[in-house]
Design a protein around this ligand. Sequence first.
Ligand code: MFK
Length: 558
Amino acid sequence: MPFLQSPPGLGNQYEEDFALRSYLSRALPAGVMAEVEPSLRFMGERAGGELHRLQLADRLNEPVLTQWDAWGNRADRVEPTALWKRAERLAAEQGVVATAYERRHGVHSRVHQFALAYLFAPSTDMYSCPLAMTDGAARALIAAGNRKLIDRAVPRLTSRDPRRFWTSGQWMTEAAGGSDVGLAETTARQEGGRWRLYGRKWFTSAIGSQMALTLGRPEGNPAGGRGLALFYLETRDAQGTPNRILVHRLKDKLGTRKVPTAELTLEGTAAELVAGTGDGVRNIAPMLNITRAWNIVTACALMRRGLALARDYARRRFAFGAPLAEKPLHLDTLAGLQAEFLGALHLAFFVAELLGRSESGVASEEQEHLLRLVTPVAKLLTGRQAVAVLAEVIESFGGAGYVEDTGLPVLFRDAQVLPIWEGTTNVLALDALRALEAGGGMAALKREAGYLLQGLREPDLVRLSARVENTLEQAEAWLAAAEKAGTASLEAGARRFAMTLGRALSAALLARHAQWSLEHERDRRALAAAKRYAANGVRLLADVDAADSRLLGRDSLD
Ligand code: MFK
């Protein structure tokens, strides 16, 4: 007896995405919208069509590492999957990195680029990983102002010609120095007038790149992040010979299995200093902030993909006498998830707007503080949202969601990397505190929220506005009290604090968009989303004692 359930399907992923189109209609001037829309429609068509079909067909393939050639020579080549090869070509041609650097639409170019990335990401098996690092490398080289390396690499990293296009790695993580990058043990020596690197890199994502930015400690330098230097290297020479880099194995990971993540050793790898012989962590930070922004956008993209499939399935699947799409409890569950996704979407594009302003040199000092604070906050919030939303999406398919050849479980497994990549939730919560130490961030956030909320007229939104402002006041009071109570209290509450800032800002962004959508589109969906997001919880601060956390977390008496 055949199983007659029709599978969930996808159409043009731009045209079907009312939320993205509504946001872009508000955020972009009409002329810019008209110019960028064809590229988004094209990418949406590919994402829902060719790429998605290839993704399902390519499901069981994984990258293959060949360490030796037939004649006993080290080869260390990785063969990517068919979808990755297609994705690389398409990404170059469609300017998924280049758009941000060509800056055809000034401050709006990052919004355009991240809209492309958001459409591209969920149909390309995490090819957004190498693109994120490529974008980050271009940004870090430009920030360092190293003219020789900029001239050599940036035109390739930002090329639309697939034959010229390079991707970059970000080789930062070592066995000792994971989150605590300053513990990195790779050393750098000058030999015959050039720098050579010696060490072991423990997680190197998307190993097929043509270049990488990495950290090494010049001999004689002190311990810690300040003693590391940022290096540029090319992985092979013009003949294709590896740059004294041995790839030992690919990681056997929970998800992101199409991303070839390697353990490797640098055995005298030729490299160039990017920005002096120290301050490597500070010099790689521009790259981290870009890859974190990509992480945010990818989190939204995976949520949106899961929800698109779940909604389509709900229309097709009958149970207890009606399609799931007519069952109140099923719809209520999807509504809660959709609200989380929309909160994340508006937060993601808020980061893109700030980044666009910053890179165009028109951001105010306050906007720079805001960007520095909101990047880790949005990254940590959206990473956790993606895992929670995708877990529910899987459940919304019942047993089918748990079966591999539906292509659904991979969404959940891939989402789980998002709170880990580019800094875990807790590392980023501490980074948000660091961003506030620099000063100005909290005041900038409160002022921005006030600005977002000032035009609200719909009574439900006015009530929400008071709640957001109240929450930010409470967060600020918590911060002051925790600073007084000492480092343990501050650190123990950092995640709840950062999540609260992120949820308050998301709620304000949703409310502002809801008011606009009511007035310009006569659409109540954004209003429903703002209300539901707030009902899911905004203020996550809790009256928790750091000593209790220590007791409970260790589960042993001191
Ligand atoms: C979907 C796309 C996703 C992308 C996929 C890419 C795949 C790649 C996979 C990976 O590589 S994952 C590896 C990710 N690893 C991390 O993200 C590291 C997480 N750890 C941190 O972020 C730590 O907070 C940090 C390493 C930065 C702490 O190191 P330190 O040495 O204790 O840093 P410190 O002393 O706090 O800061 C050094 C300087 O950098 C300071 O400046 P000054 O020297 O002027 O005082 C900081 O202000 C500055 N800094 C640190 N983080 C910054 C920053 N500046 C701007 N932005 C930041 N985020």
